[in-house]
Design a protein around this ligand. Sequence first.
Ligand SMILES: *[C@@H]1O[C@H](CO)[C@@H](O)[C@H](O)[C@H]1NC(C)=O
Ligand SMILES: *[C@@H]1O[C@H](CO)[C@@H](O)[C@H](O)[C@H]1NC(C)=O
Ligand SMILES: *[C@@H]1O[C@H](CO)[C@@H](O)[C@H](O)[C@H]1NC(C)=O
Ligand SMILES: *[C@@H]1O[C@H](CO)[C@@H](O)[C@H](O)[C@H]1NC(C)=O
Ligand SMILES: *[C@@H]1O[C@H](CO)[C@@H](O)[C@H](O)[C@H]1NC(C)=O
Ligand SMILES: *[C@@H]1O[C@H](CO)[C@@H](O)[C@H](O)[C@H]1NC(C)=O
Ligand SMILES: *[C@@H]1O[C@H](CO)[C@@H](O)[C@H](O)[C@H]1NC(C)=O
Ligand SMILES: *[C@@H]1O[C@H](CO)[C@@H](O)[C@H](O)[C@H]1NC(C)=O
Length: 573
Amino acid sequence: MALASGLLLLILSILFVEARTQPNQFGKIPLGSQLSPISETRSWLSPSGYFAFGFFSQGNGFAVGIWVVGQPNNTVVWTANRDDEPASFGATIHLSEEGKLFLRTEQGNENNLIANVSEVADSASMLDSGNFVLYNGSSVIWQSFDHPTDTILVGQNLTFNDKLVSSVSSSNHSSGRFILPLQTDGNLVAYPRKSASLSVDAYWSSDTYKDDKKGLNLYLNNQGSLLMDTVSTKPVLLGRSSYSCNNKTTIFRATLDADGIFRLYSHCLENKTSWIVHIEWSALNDQCNVLGFCDFNSYCTGKGTNADCSCYPGFAFNDPSERFSGCYKNVTESFCTGTDEGEIYDVITMENILFERYSYSVLDTKKENCGLSCLEDCLCDVALYINGRCEKYTAPIRYGKKDIKASSTAFFKVQTTPAAPPMGQTVITESKKSLIVFLAIAFGAITFLCFVIAISTFCVYRDRTFLYEKLSGIISLAGDFTLRSSVEADVSAPDEMNLSSWAYQCFVAGQLDKLVEDEDVEVESLERMVKIGLLCVQHDPAVRPLIKNVILMLEGTKDIPTPPSIAPFHISG
Ligand SMILES: *[C@@H]1O[C@H](CO)[C@@H](O)[C@H](O)[C@H]1NC(C)=O
Ligand SMILES: *[C@@H]1O[C@H](CO)[C@@H](O)[C@H](O)[C@H]1NC(C)=O
Ligand SMILES: *[C@@H]1O[C@H](CO)[C@@H](O)[C@H](O)[C@H]1NC(C)=O
Ligand SMILES: *[C@@H]1O[C@H](CO)[C@@H](O)[C@H](O)[C@H]1NC(C)=O
Ligand SMILES: *[C@@H]1O[C@H](CO)[C@@H](O)[C@H](O)[C@H]1NC(C)=O
Ligand SMILES: *[C@@H]1O[C@H](CO)[C@@H](O)[C@H](O)[C@H]1NC(C)=O
Ligand SMILES: *[C@@H]1O[C@H](CO)[C@@H](O)[C@H](O)[C@H]1NC(C)=O
Ligand SMILES: *[C@@H]1O[C@H](CO)[C@@H](O)[C@H](O)[C@H]1NC(C)=O
């Protein structure tokens, strides 16, 4: 008897600890229930007590979501409206008498629906699977499993067009830096969130394909295997759990972690209060293999989960407290400053560096000349000598890492004298070579005929010797032009955009004359050339002039409209 009542007391005390947050022991949450972050009912527990729905701390306030109840820490597996501001102490969650589930702010705003459905609920449940469900009678009208954030649980399905989005960090569950969509082609692919999700941005994929969207499904089974259903073949096993957990209660989850790696975890309940968390499978082992782990102008070093980011020479952290957040050029932007570039710029050499290979120029040259070539090239921020060739790049540079196995040498152009030019007096001097390349591209982009007309018109203003000099220059540059644009004459390629944007900046600065300072050029005709050139390379074809108008403009019989701005090249985000 004493034993029985002692046991009862024990059970009651355990129940009390958990029941403080649990108005209804057996799962059903009736209409008219509410939660508050500062009352004892911060959450509704599942019958087992392993999962809870309600308020959890985030930043200085609270977020709404579902977590695995754990010691020492809870593990959040779902977050409602994750990119909203944290709720304050006075906020409440209501399952209202009208059958709606919403967050009421301290100010009384009730528009923050947690479950955005037109049907009204007659009850809700926090299930032992970790699924929070709204019912009308016995039919499910809304479930958290249909709105995954960064995690899937056993019984949850990720189907085509669904995706996981990583959290910012383990303590901030807003949308983070990586995504894992289940594509309509049946492939599960990881990308940096701010990329264009092109194949060059992919850093992991399940390599599963199917042509029929029906039945496409990523799920976790009771044994902790992560499986992908594709069409006819049997499910593809992506990862499996092997920790036995001594036959004790185990919760499995698959999470796209804040570091961009998709992992399968088991939570093993060792005793009443303590869970042991194991990583059962990991899509990647090295954080440095996650594209975008280090943002623009920085590179990743280190193995496993000890990755760190460093800025390239000449760059500084955007936010030194968040080293993965990328770097900026920490000198005053002074493109094409000064004539003796060799004196104010220097190159810093780094070995074993790799980054996205999207160069604007590739040279067949010796390694010794690669850095020098960058030094002499106004557009060049870094040259990469790899596979016997010298590739030149303009910042920003992304997807950088140091890889001991890579036999590459990077030459970073850095300013040796940090003296910034006086404000408002930026002097733009660029070699005439770039001007002609720009014109060649601009006019080449519309038609070759246009190009020839442009050049010959340009040359009419020269004397004879000058004409020959120019023509031979153009011929050699034409070679350069073909090399650089061999892929396509499309004006949107990044090298051409950089040239155009540079030319536009020269034009806006009103310093076109500086471009050809050693020559006796008629400024008016030069300006006309550049203006027409800028019109020819507009993104919007409707803004580009007709050929017959180009001829009239070149002759000077037609006014040339002021060209709209040309955005500097940047990588899509
Ligand atoms: C979470 O991260 C986002 C994005 O970095 C940030 O805007 C937000 O303020 C953070 N929230 C908290 C509570 O720290
Ligand atoms: C629990 O959370 C605290 C604070 O967020 C953190 O410092 C600690 O490392 C976490 N412990 C585990 C085991 O994750
Ligand atoms: C609810 O969903 C509808 C349609 O998807 C959307 O237009 C609306 O903004 C959503 N409301 C809230 C409060 O999220
Ligand atoms: C619940 O479902 C039944 C049957 O579909 C429907 O007739 C009824 O209107 C629903 N109730 C509410 C409150 O939406
Ligand atoms: C997941 O898919 C399986 C098989 O298609 C289905 O039986 C199950 O109900 C789905 N689960 C959810 C939560 O929709
Ligand atoms: C787990 O349970 C199975 C069958 O119930 C049993 O055969 C096995 O020995 C158990 N393992 C452990 C470690 O207790
Ligand atoms: C539960 O297990 C943990 C770790 O194994 C241990 O530290 C703790 O004391 C145990 N608690 C109980 C009540 O046995
Ligand atoms: C650029 O960074 C270097 C190294 O961090 C620092 O010494 C230098 O002062 C910085 N220059 C500017 C202009 O911020």
